[in-house]
Ligand binder design. Structure first.
Ligand SMILES: [Zn+2]
Length: 120
C-alpha cells in the first residue's frame, strides 16, 4: 500500500496533472512541496541549462533520495532503483550533467581560438 505522498510524488515525476485535492496536499505537505520544488528546479535546469550556466548541486540526488526515504520507510535501495520514476529522475540528472559537460567543452574549444585571433 503506497502512502499518499508516494502516489503524489510519482504523479509529479510522471508529469501528470494534479487535481485540486492533490494540489492542496502538495501545497500543505512539507515533503511533497519540497519534492515538487526539486522536480521543477531540475526541469528548468534541463530546459535552460545552457543559458543559466548551471551546476547541479552536489547534494541534489542525495536530497531527492532522502525525501524518498522519508516517504517510504523500510523500502530498500534495490526497490528504488528498479522503479521507473527513479530512473526518470536519474536520467534527467544525467541529461543535465551531459549538457553542462557539452557547454564546458564548447567553451574550452572556442575561447583559446578566439583569443589568439583565429577564426572559429
Ligand atoms: Zn505529501
Amino acid at each position: 500500500m503506497k502512502s499518499p505522498c508516494t502516489v503524489m510524488q510519482e504523479r509529479i515525476v510522471a508529469g501528470e496533472r494534479l487535481g485540486e485535492e492533490h494540489q492542496a496536499h502538495v501545497l500543505g505537505c512539507t515533503q511533497c512541496a519540497r519534492f515538487a520544488a526539486d522536480c521543477l528546479a531540475l526541469d528548468s535546469m534541463v530546459e535552460n541549462g545552457v543559458d543559466a550556466a548551471v551546476s547541479v548541486p552536489d547534494d541534489f540526488a542525495d536530497r531527492v533520495m532522502r525525501n524518498l526515504d522519508v516517504a517510504n520507510p523500510g523500502v530498500h535501495w534495490q526497490d528504488f532503483l528498479g522503479r521507473r520514476w527513479i530512473q526518470v529522475v536519474l536520467a534527467n540528472l544525467g541529461v543535465a550533467v551531459a549538457v553542462i559537460n557539452l557547454v564546458r567543452f564548447v567553451f574550452s574549444a572556442l575561447i583559446p581560438t578566439a583569443s589568439l585571433g583565429g577564426v572559429p
